[in-house]
Structures are given as C-alpha cells and as structure tokens.
Ligand binder design. Structure first.
Ligand SMILES: [Zn+2]
Length: 229
C-alpha cells in the first residue's frame, strides 16, 4: 500500500460513528499492539468514583447535564497520563468537538508528543443504523446477538435460556438516529479539519467490511503487522 505509514505511530486518534465498531477496534489495537486507550468518558467516570476535588467538579457538570468544560478535561488528562510522550496512546472519542481540537494541540505541545495518525473508521449512517438496530441482548443472561452478524438459532430467542431478546435501550431506532445526528454535527467538521490540514497522516479504512477485515485494514493503515487472513 503506497499510503502506508513507514513507522507505526505511537500516538493515534481514532474516529468512527456509533455502530462503526470503533471501540472494539480500539480495544483490540490496545491488546495486540500495546496502545493505552485514552477515553474521556472512562476518565470522567473514574474521576467521579475517586470523589476527589477534580472528580466533584466533574460530577457537578455531569449531574447538571452540561458538557464538561475543556479545561477540566485537560486536568483529567494531565492527572491520568503518567508519561504521555513515552506511552503508546490511542485517543478514542477525543477530540469530540471542534473546541477540543486546539486542546489536543495544546496537550501535544505541553506534554511533548505528537499525533502520528488520524484514523477514520468510515461507515455510512445507513449501514451504522442497520448494525445498531440489529443488536439484541438477552434480559436474563446478558448474551448478545445480532440479527445479521450473530443471529440466535430461533429468531428473537436466547440460545442459552429461551428468553425473548430485547433491543438495548440506546439501540432503539429513534435514539440510534439521534446519536448519528449528533456524531455528524460534531465529528464531521473535525474529520474535515484533519483530512484537509493533516492529509499526510490522515487515514480512512472501509468500516463496512466484516470486523476482521476492518481490523486488518486498520493495522495496515497504521503500518502495523496485520493478522493473516
Ligand atoms: Zn439468555
């Protein structure tokens, strides 16, 4: 591949709409290639659990339903990363807004690292919605299914205990559509920004393939060894 990065980047930002499989992909890149996942959602929840001064400030914003201010996110980053320049970091879900783009630049400058790849797991809204609304979960045992990717033996019935499967609450069609709209509103300008302004390290992979193929393409895009097909 001509656009392959020659050196696997140590600092990567991964993008993907809800239903793109981005989070699963990020976890596998972490497990197999040593990336530490940087996820603001998890950081925020962990801070609230710690219940320290920072955590209590975060909680006030979360409880009031407001977005957590960028400065608090930055403090969380500083607090949570031991050696950000030396670690392999995979930013998953950050930057989430255009307001966080300069924050990441500031973070790079102040903590001495630079993003080596912006990786987009490209999936159309239609395909993402089809995936998300096809997910089913067993209310009894928690087993997960997908009406296309991993169907139960009997339609809408758990293989393990015969319970009638349900949609996850956040997989209901109106919620799924809303999450896609929110992603488009916030992420499209960010993707456009990096695609134009950092084109030499911007990569997109076709996220509508089966998961294994997406993962292999993501590895190749990052200059990492891809699992054998
Ligand atoms: Zn079950």
């Amino acid at each position: 591949m001509s656009n392959r990065l020659t050196v696997p980047p140590s600092h990567v930002v991964i993008f993907g709409r809800p239903g793109s499989g981005k989070s699963t992909l990020a976890e596998r890149l972490g497990a197999e290639h040593g990336y530490v996942l940087f996820r603001t959602g998890e950081l925020l929840r962990a801070a609230v659990r710690r219940d320290d001064f920072l955590g209590r400030r975060v909680e006030i914003h979360l409880a009031s339903g407001n977005l957590v201010p960028d400065q608090l996110i930055f403090e969380l980053m500083e607090q949570s990363l031991k050696a950000p320049a030396a670690e392999k970091l995979l930013f998953d879900g950050f930057p989430r807004t255009m307001g966080q783009v300069p924050l990441l630049e500031d973070f790079e400058r102040r903590l001495g690292f630079s993003i080596g790849c912006y990786l987009d797991i490209a999936v159309s809204p239609v395909a993402a919605i089809a995936r998300m609304t096809g997910r089913r979960v067993c209310p009894t045992c928690g087993a997960t299914y997908h009406i296309v990717g991993k169907p139960p033996k009997v339609a809408e019935t758990c293989d393990l205990d015969g319970s009638t499967l349900v949609n996850r609450t956040d997989d209901k069609p109106e919620v799924v559509a809303l999450r896609q709209q929110i992603f488009d509103e916030y992420a499209t300008p960010i993707l456009d920004h990096y695609r134009a302004g950092a084109s030499e390290i911007f990569r997109a992979v076709d996220g509508e393939q089966p998961f294994e193929a997406v993962y292999a393409d993501a590895c190749r895009a990052l200059g990492l060894e891809a699992p054998a097909a």
